[in-house]
Design a protein around this ligand. Structure first.
Ligand SMILES: Cc1cc2nc3c(=O)[nH]c(=O)nc-3n(C[C@H](O)[C@H](O)[C@H](O)COP(=O)(O)OP(=O)(O)OC[C@H]3O[C@@H](n4cnc5c(N)ncnc54)[C@H](O)[C@@H]3O)c2cc1C
Length: 403
């Protein structure tokens, strides 16, 4: 049995932030183990932001964080705000850059963040135990015993920072929920979030990969839910891209609740119906040999206009109908893409069982839960990493102050 002051389960964003802050906060050189079941740390962190690591955002608004108690995230981010995060990055040697309100390392390489964290943890004598899977956990005589496939660990404090169950190939396979449940925590229903959606109504197979700006309105059987504008990507299974990611967690929940979610997409948002019809009609009059797909190609990518025209009317005298489709393309949501294609898990350990000031469990003293394992999911744009780093740091500062 290996003895430690603190065992952290998971060498991801929040686990490494926790370890760093315990080590710098404590004056007594505590023994810290991070258990990581992958063969290298920070695999998911390396994949973030297309390998560029978008870790913060200029805007924090009412849409940034979701969960049963989103205020849990806002309270934390109020204290560990962007300035704090940029300071933390600077302390580990990361200079940042900002592109359209999104924050990245200046290198535009997630690997620079992972390498900087690892070199700091090495300097601070944090032990990272790789290829060690934490399978069980219990509290005995005031200490935590963590069972792994490589033997047991005993510690006074435990931080569960295993992530959720999105994109399991990068490490977070949902085993953290089982560990939390073993210690008495309840877990809410889980949904894939920040992912594409499988649609009924029109096939986009022929225009897979094509992107177009549009406004998406999400509805369920009871009416309008929300809308968002942005660049939509058409795929062989349906639609993807940032605006689709942003509504996917709501769509997943509505599908699960059998509320028949669907979307209306406006692919010519800047024009009214009448303006669009006038523009296309004029093109048709001036260019009588153009096919409907050629006419629509004046405002949409060709493959997309062809997909729409071939499925909704290829007749030139049908321009009005085509305009209606372009302004109001209805697609029924069959499902959202599964967890292994989702960036984030919506749902998790209920935050009303966690102390918002410290990340310590109200159920088990000495247990801390951080990051995506909690019932908080952020929007696309750096919010999830901000929450992971902030919650890890908060737990670390609290534990470090006690050691
Ligand atoms: C492709 C992709 C791109 C993304 N891009 C962004 C982005 O640009 N900006 C953003 O803010 N967010 C992004 N995210 C989301 C973000 O990466 C996560 O929300 C964040 O990493 C969560 O941090 P965490 O510390 O909670 O968990 P993770 O970073 O997932 O770390 C958890 C670690 O725990 C380990 N682990 C799990 N269970 C066990 C166990 N039982 N025993 C031992 N080890 C275990 C895992 O292997 C993993 O290393 C992206 C996610 C994906 C998948």
């Amino acid at each position: 049995m290996k003895q430690a002051d603190v065992v952290i389960v998971g060498a991801g964003a929040s686990g490494m932030a926790a370890a760093y802050h315990i080590a710098i906060q404590s004056k007594n050189k505590p023994k810290i183990y991070i258990l990581e079941h992958k063969s290298s740390p920070g695999k998911k962190l390396l994949a973030t932001g297309n390998g560029r690591c978008n870790f913060a955002n200029d805007v924090i608004d009412y849409e940034s964080f979701r969960g049963e108690m989103p205020e849990f995230a806002y309270n934390l981010i109020d204290r560990y705000d962007r300035e704090w995060l940029l300071g933390f990055m600077s302390d580990i040697g990361i200079i940042h850059t900002q592109i359209n309100g999104y924050y990245y390392p200046r290198s535009l390489q997630a690997s620079s963040v992972v390498n900087s964290l690892l070199s700091k943890l090495k300097e601070l004598n944090v032990n990272i135990e790789l290829s060690v899977h934490a399978a069980g956990i219990k509290k005995e005589n005031g200490h935590y015993i963590i069972n792994t496939d490589k033997g047991n660990y005993i510690a006074e404090y435990v931080v569960l920072s295993t992530g959720g169950q999105a994109y399991a190939s990068l490490g977070s396979d949902g085993s953290g929920y089982i560990l939390a449940e073993k210690l008495g925590h309840d877990v809410s229903r889980l949904y894939p979030s920040l992912t594409g959606m499988v649609m009924n109504g029109i096939s986009f197979k022929s225009c897979s990969g094509v992107r177009a700006k549009g406004n998406i309105k999400l509805y369920d059987c009871n009416g309008f839910i929300k809308e968002i504008y942005g660049e939509i990507q058409f795929t062989d299974y349906g639609i993807s891209g940032i605006p689709v990611f942003q509504i996917s967690r709501y769509a997943a929940q509505l599908s699960d609740e059998r509320k028949s979610p669907y979307v209306y997409i406006d692919l010519a948002y800047e024009y009214t119906f009448d303006e669009l019809y006038r523009i296309l009609k004029e093109i048709h009059i001036k260019n009588p040999y153009k096919t409907p797909a050629d006419i629509v190609n004046s405002i949409l990518p060709y493959k997309l206009s062809k997909a729409i025209c071939s499925q909704y009317g290829n007749e030139k005298n049908n321009l009005k109908n085509i305009c209606r489709i372009i302004k109001n393309l209805r697609l029924n949501i069959e499902s959202v893409m599964p967890f292994d294609k989702a960036q984030v898990t919506a749902g998790g350990v209920y935050t009303n069982t966690i102390n918002n000031d410290t990340m310590e469990s109200f159920i088990c003293s000495g247990l801390y839960i951080t990051g995506e394992l909690l019932d908080i999911d952020g929007n696309c744009g750096g919010y999830n990493l901000h929450f992971a780093f902030a919650s890890g740091a908060c737990a670390g500062i609290n534990i470090g102050g006690k050691l």
